[in-house]
Design a protein around this ligand. Structure first.
Ligand code: GTP
Length: 392
């Protein structure tokens, strides 16, 4: 760990009591979902985190499954901060090896069991299978009533990290087929907050840049880091608070192409269009001026219509409606009353939160806001409809 001080510190003893007093409730344990292409390096990353001496007690829920997709057990490892090589292990039998399908029951049960050891760890990593779509998994842990009433009292979704194979990533994305037009590798990139382009030791830098451009074209809002064997400063993947307002404002305040690649991209002259297409998946970025209260309400209605009905407001439902799918949305904007809001959405779940005035997140918010949608069917018709709501 290069810089321990930047990792959120473990809250214990007096600090914990102070936090409970100030917020009226105990802090929740952050949960990071790790997804990524088959063989991209997810387990290498997780194993490295579990054995690194970082001072944090991290629980990992690992989906160990072989070629037969026959899971024998789900392993929960809890690393010891004093001696990372000492890991206590618990095995929970899983009825179904596929976390994506089984998480609602067995996955949550696994975490519930884990939470009985609350205080035994500071962070949970959930490693999904190479074929998992992180969207449904993330929505299990965010803006979900059942979750809020239960596990949400103990844990919160910190972020979704995707490991992409620098050798085969491009090919995997280009060959990504599915009946609906968005296969798993594209869904993984679309639904992630941080992307690790791993195995960069095996390919020339031009190939790395090329793959990075494709990733950015699918998800311009994610941070991208190049890694070898998952070597990454943990502050970039843990404690990122991707579902609160602070990092969102930081990310969206950047120019479209400057997303923390760990190197300066500003001199590169490759084009950065704001609307991309790759096998039907695209992103759409729209600037958002300060909104009157009626426009604010209309934006909310527009988002409800698009996320819940897959339909642009005012357009008749018809054949084209199912073409519109939003996998992820993010945004920030100001109102004419001087308030700042952030938008967060995963599939059909979304939240528009007001940023605390004068708080940490309130600093550095530009007057011109931004709405970013990632999904399918986000064409000029959608742009026009959204701009119309925001401006006319
Ligand atoms: N050269 C090189 N090899 C790597 C790197 N990262 C991982 N590997 C190797 O790639 C192989 C696959 O890595 P894993 O960590 O098992 O990949 P995974 O994503 O967990 O794989 P699945 O669970 O099958 O999807 C292993 O043999 C790793 O040692 C890297 O950055 N460079």
């Amino acid at each position: 760990m290069a810089d321990d001080e930047e990792i959120p510190t473990l809250i214990e003893g007096d600090a914990l009591e102070e936090e409970i007093e100030s917020k009226g409730q105990p802090p929740t344990v952050p949960l990071t979902i790790i997804c990524g292409f088959l063989g991209a390096g997810k387990s290498t990353l997780v194993k490295r985190i579990l054995t690194e001496r970082h001072g944090y007690r991290i629980a990992v829920i690992m989906n160990e499954f072989g070629d037969t997709a026959d899971i024998e057990a789900k392993t929960i490892n809890v690393s010891s901060p004093e001696d990372p090589s000492q890991q206590s292990e618990e095995f929970l039998e899983l009825a179904n090896g596929c976390l994506c399908c089984s998480i609602k029951d067995t996955g949550v049960a696994a975490i519930e069991k884990l939470m009985q050891r609350k205080g035994a760890f500071d962070h949970i990593l959930l490693e999904t299978t190479g074929l998992a779509d992180p969207g449904p998994i993330a929505s299990m842990f965010w803006q979900n009533e059942e979750f809020a009433m239960g596990l949400g009292r103990d844990i919160h979704l910190d972020g979704v990290v995707c490991v992409v194979d620098a050798v085969f990533g491009r090919q995997q994305m280009e060959e990504d087929h599915s009946d609906e037009g968005i296969g798993e590798s594209l869904r993984q990139i679309a639904g992630s907050d941080v992307i690790l382009l791993n195995k960069v030791d095996l390919v020339p830098s031009t190939q790395v840049e090329n793959t990075e451009d494709i990733i950015r074209s699918i998800n311009p809002a994610a941070s991208i880091y190049r890694t070898i064997r998952g070597q990454i400063d943990l502050k970039h993947i843990m404690g990122i608070d991707a579902y609160t307002s602070r990092p969102l404002i930081k990310d969206l305040s950047y120019s479209a192409h400057d997303h923390g690649h760990g190197h300066d991209h500003s001199d590169h002259d490759h084009p950065h269009p704001t609307h991309y297409e790759l096998r039907g998946i695209s992103s759409l970025q729209v600037d958002c001026p300060s909104l009157s209260s009626s426009r604010h309400e209309k934006l909310d209605e527009w988002i409800r219509s698009v996320l819940w009905e897959q339909q642009l407001p005012g357009e008749p439902s018809g054949d084209g409606a199912s073409d519109l799918i939003v996998l992820r949305c993010k945004g920030m904007f100001k109102t004419m009353a001087g308030r700042t809001y952030v938008l967060q959405g995963v599939r059909n779940l979304y939240d528009i939160m007001e940023v605390e005035e004068g708080g940490e997140a309130d600093t550095g918010v530009p007057d011109m806001g931004k709405i970013v949608l990632i999904g399918k069917g986000l064409d000029e018709r959608v742009r026009y409809s959204l701009e119309n709501i925001l401006r006319n």
